[in-house]
Design a protein around this ligand. Structure first.
Ligand code: SF4
Length: 412
């Protein structure tokens, strides 16, 4: 395997420069490396959506080694939502494929010379740009299959939706999971808007000719891997995650008064039981079909905290449905129906937005009288405003603080 290197992609020149990893970066990975690169290379006062910000992808140090749950990708930049350092972490396939190409970090620089959309394709041969204007405006659920058809089922993909294209501060970057669904989002901080500012609709990683990262002491590594695996399987929380996913947190948060309810005007929700992890599990077991109470977002994960929510006919709606989404698009909007939450979750995902930030923004919007708490159809209509890019949609898509300022709501 070639020495790991830092891949600098300049979107103005559409060029790639491979640099050796500086000594001070060699023992860093994931969010540590990403923060270091931001500190070393990004002007703190730069415009997050301007040419001086950099979009960075950094696989964690243990990516690609077959360790449960470790193939995680850190994506970061100066945040257009907060103006601070942003790192957003996701599972799926992206990290392992970058690591197999020997990419210690992918640093995307500058801005395109002309307007338009591109796919950045990475492989052992290097980087190439292909026009992607035909994908503009499409949600991630339509874009991903088209890209898989174009580039083959073996690739990993990170992509943005209409929210990112509109440079909304609540936009994230979706990563394909192991089943090639765009479902593992680097959601927080507006990184989808940064990717859009680089003119990229998608990054496609073809690591077919890549190699597993080298292991210095294979025997000792195998022992450590076994100890890690045994410890994971023996831990009681692993079983909780496998059975209920992060949705297990719903009852717990409600119990200690921390479940955001109706724009967090209360910390306990009278409908909490109906949207709890326990109810979710029973519903999915009853429905069968494509429903899954447990699912792995990446190859080799033994915890399997993910799930697939299916409708009453057993057809998959969205994967996964998580505590944060149940909290923010459920209790925080006064919605106590898992089917409605799943539809909202699908829509937010398809737009490539952060379900936490959007749930909070909709809660603020409800307090401002733009929808009634508990009305899922009105919430879906507000999401449609975001898709259409109306002035109201752009306000909501720029997050809770902007929504609160515009509509005079102080509780954000
Ligand atoms: S399924 Fe859950 S536990 Fe497994 S890697 Fe993905 S996020 Fe982590």
């Amino acid at each position: 395997m070639p020495q790991p290197s830092v891949w600098y992609v300049n979107v103005r020149r559409q060029s790639l420069r491979r640099e050796p990893v500086p000594e001070g970066w060699q023992r860093l990975g994931g969010r540590g490396l990403l923060a270091r690169i931001l500190l070393d290379e990004v002007i703190p006062t730069c415009d997050p959506l301007g040419p001086h910000n950099k979009l960075i992808f950094a696989p964690g140090l243990l990516v690609g080694l077959g360790l449960s749950s470790c193939d995680r990708i850190s994506i970061g930049a100066k945040s257009p939502l907060t103006g601070g350092v942003k790192e957003s972490n996701a599972g799926g396939r992206t990290a392992a494929h970058l690591a197999r190409l020997g990419i210690k970090a992918l640093v995307i620089e500058d801005q395109p010379a002309e307007p338009g959309w591109w796919v950045l394709h990475l492989s052992r041969e290097g980087a190439r740009f292909e026009r992607a204007d035909d994908l503009a405006g499409l949600g991630v659920y339509e874009t991903a299959p088209r890209l898989l058809e174009r580039y083959g089922p073996h690739v990993a993909i990170a992509l943005i939706g209409p929210g990112g294209e509109q440079r909304m501060a609540a936009a994230g970057i979706q990563n394909l999971d192991k089943d090639r669904r765009p479902s593992r989002i680097s959601a927080r901080g507006g990184l989808g808007a940064v990717m859009a500012s680089k003119g990229l609709k998608a990054i496609v990683v073809d690591s077919r000719d890549g190699e597993k990262p080298p292991i210095a002491h294979p025997d000792r590594f195998r022992q450590a891997r076994k100890a890690y695996h045994d410890a994971l399987m023996a831990h009681p929380q692993t079983e909780v995650y496998a059975n209920y996913g992060t949705a297990a947190m719903t009852s717990m948060s409600n119990g200690f008064g921390g479940l955001p309810t109706r724009n967090f005007s209360a910390g306990q929700f009278e409908g909490a039981e109906r949207i709890s992890g326990e109810s979710l599990r029973q519903m999915l077991l009853r429905r069968g079909g494509e429903a899954e109470t447990t699912h792995a977002c990446m190859a080799g994960c033994t915890i399997r905290c993910s799930n697939t929510f299916a409708d009453a006919q057993g057809r998959a709606v969205v994967s996964p449905i998580e505590y944060e989404t149940i909290g923010m698009l459920g209790a925080n909007l006064g919605i106590d129906d898992l089917d409605t939450i799943a539809r909202l979750n699908w829509m937010v995902n398809d737009l490539g937005l952060d379900s936490i930030e959007i749930g909070v923004a909709l809660g603020v919007a409800a307090e401002a009288g733009l929808m009634a708490f508990g009305d899922g159809e009105q919430a879906l209509a507000l999401l449609e405003e975001i898709r259409q890019g109306t002035p109201l949609g752009r306000i909501l898509g720029n997050g809770a603080v902007v929504t609160g300022r515009v509509f005079g709501v102080a509780r954000v």
